[in-house]
Design a protein around this ligand. Sequence first.
Ligand SMILES: [Zn+2]
Length: 170
Amino acid sequence: MLEKRFCHFCGSRISRIYLEGRNRLFCKTCQQPIYENPVPASCLVVRDDNGRILLVKRSVEPEKGGWCLPGGYIEMGEEPDESALRELREETGLTGRIDRLLGVMKGNSGIYDTLLMVGYQVLSFTGKLVAGDDADDARFFAPPDMPEVVFRTHRLFVSMADERQRQHNR
Ligand SMILES: [Zn+2]
């Protein structure tokens, strides 16, 4: 992760000090800690009628060339579910409808240190599957044929969706 070096309020050089129970970035000019927070992102487990799961092949770092769930960073002013569905459209050409929230969990990021990852399930969608933004390929995989999913949070959401599917089929 790149360490932040300058205060985003005044541009002074910042340093780390122990404050309020942890090591924090601090601006001596502003006399203020520079609080850092997880970056919100969302992803989708999209399942077709045959139980296959949609994965995209990443065309950008991190994990370029790896497979993951459709998703990305939430933009200013977006609802988390809107953001996830926008990413789905951009990366795969599909327009989806959220079935349910799978969960919210902490993710690790080489760029931002910590992510807040929101996972949804989509069971109904329209459109023609075509790889778009940030994706070299987009395909549905039957669980036994699935390549390794590169992000821990995405793997956990796939397991959670599988568990729900099993309960549903019982
Ligand atoms: Zn400052």
